[in-house]
Design a protein around this ligand. Sequence first.
Ligand SMILES: Nc1ncnc2c1ncn2[C@@H]1O[C@H](COP(=O)(O)OP(=O)(O)OP(=O)(O)O)[C@@H](O)[C@H]1O
Length: 603
Amino acid sequence: MTDEAVPAQGASEKAVAGLKLQPKKLQPLRRLLPFMLAYPVRLSLTVLFLLVSAVTSLAIPAMLGGVIDQGFIEQNLEMVGRYGGIIIAIAAVMAVASGARFYFISVIGERVIADLRQAVFSHLLRLDARYFDTNRVGELTSRLNGDVAIIRGAVGSSFSLFLRSMVTIIGALIMMVLTSPVLTFAVAIAVPAILLPVVAYSRRLRGMSRKTQDALADLSAMATEMLGATRTVKSFTQETVQANLYQDRSEASYRAEVRRLGARSILVSLVIFLGTCALVGLVWWGARAVFDGSVTAGQLAQFMVYALMASGALTNVSEVLGTLQSVAGSTERLTEILDTNAAIEDPARPVALPVPPLGTVEFDKVSFNYDPAAPGLVLDRVSFAVAKGETVALVGPSGSGKSTTLSLLQRFYDITGGAIRVDGVDIRDVRLTDLRKRFAYVEQEPTIFAGSIADNIRFGKPDASNDEVEAAARAALVHDFVLDLPKGYDTIVGERGVMLSGGQKQRLAIARAILKNAPILLLDEATSALDAQSERLVQQALEHLMAGRTTLVIAHRLATIRDANNILVLEGGQIIDQGTHAELVSKGGRYAELAKLQFRGDE
Ligand SMILES: Nc1ncnc2c1ncn2[C@@H]1O[C@H](COP(=O)(O)OP(=O)(O)OP(=O)(O)O)[C@@H](O)[C@H]1O
């Protein structure tokens, strides 16, 4: 829809959506207000030009009455010329004011959208891990893209049209009364007769419209999910099945839309027919008034133009109200994100961690559950300590709580009992960024971003010089393979690093961790088997990374475990045993079994 949509009979078709005025549903729009009020100068200019353009457009029909009565009927060409000159002058002012109004309101619209988008994105990044456990990323990005696009498409143009039309309606009504109170009275009786059946029918459309929206959202969620996993789809040969599923849903959405269009077409016919009847009635009533001398021909013409202007503006308002309702819906979904408080936040009075860092970690009877309401515990009174420079390995069967331990240490979730201390300070008393700066975290499946190799290494230290990046890359044995790449460090690695091998990705993540140079290393060793050559390179890179750092490692490699100062054996969220590799093997308990299973190949 454009701002300059001409209010004509055809537009009555669009009146459909808006006739369902529900002020409550528009309330979320208030949340856009602060974003607009942040630009008072542009806003005032918009209002000024809006008023000027409305007043000038109302002045033109008044001149038209003069042309007819004093020019046509008197057959006075000079008067026609004089009025023509005035009309051209008014039109010139109107043209400039309308252009300026369109420009300023569009600029405000774009500004508001940009601010809102940025606010939502940065707020999302600050929310805690639990929020992302319970909200689908696809849905969040769709809010960020889809809802922002809906607001963007409407804010400038719809608001402008809405305000302009409201001013026109009020102005035209006043002019109608001034021109002929009798005719105004006749119109006042006719309007509800037309509007009531239309309103009644348009209620039916509301439910239909919601259904097609839902169907569309469903479709796009499915597309996002499948296109993000094309390799899985291919490998499970699900192309046809998924394409058919998509087709079924797409057809369902098509049918829903066709039903809605059918209903809407009937409404259009209804509006056109009733509108024409009203027009004929007005002409008849007006002609009678002219014949009995209560109004002049010029006044009648003038009145008819005002009536058309008012009805056109009314059509616009009703249409825009429909649009504004969907904008309100989108605004609500976005402000919902802005209103969500992170469950994990900085303490009111943060305690500083010691400088230089000690590099110690202590778990003191730590208990935790992802879902506080669920029975049982994921970690059950886990206690251990890691001294400076030590390497402590976590081993245990799948689901025993190893990854959870590393998450809790970084305070992705808050524990339900006990305490976690880093450098002797309870992590809940430390600012989140201070805490997380103390760790370098290498994930099991490292996240590689779509940028260049250098960007990926620099992630943890954006201001690192090229030399620093290269030094980290050398230590992580990334440098050699980078030299073979066409653009060296500037090579773009593709989304999620698809252009790199598994071992290269791991070394890249290690380089990133080396550059961050944090005192405590959190390592989730990859379980996926690398070939012996890659394995050796990754191991070498890790040794560089671990040198001189306190290390907490979820271990799957024998080399790591053999060198560990202490091995914690986790099972069902509890530490069931601990000691060095030799001690634990000689004990012959659960660890010996695990080690036998896990490291058979290595031995
Ligand atoms: N984000 C989460 N929300 C809810 N439950 C979770 C979440 N992450 C893990 N869990 C549950 O917590 C338990 C411990 O999981 P954790 O990932 O810590 O195990 P793990 O020892 O690292 O396993 P693996 O070796 O398979 O990675 C499991 O029962 C798992 O289902």
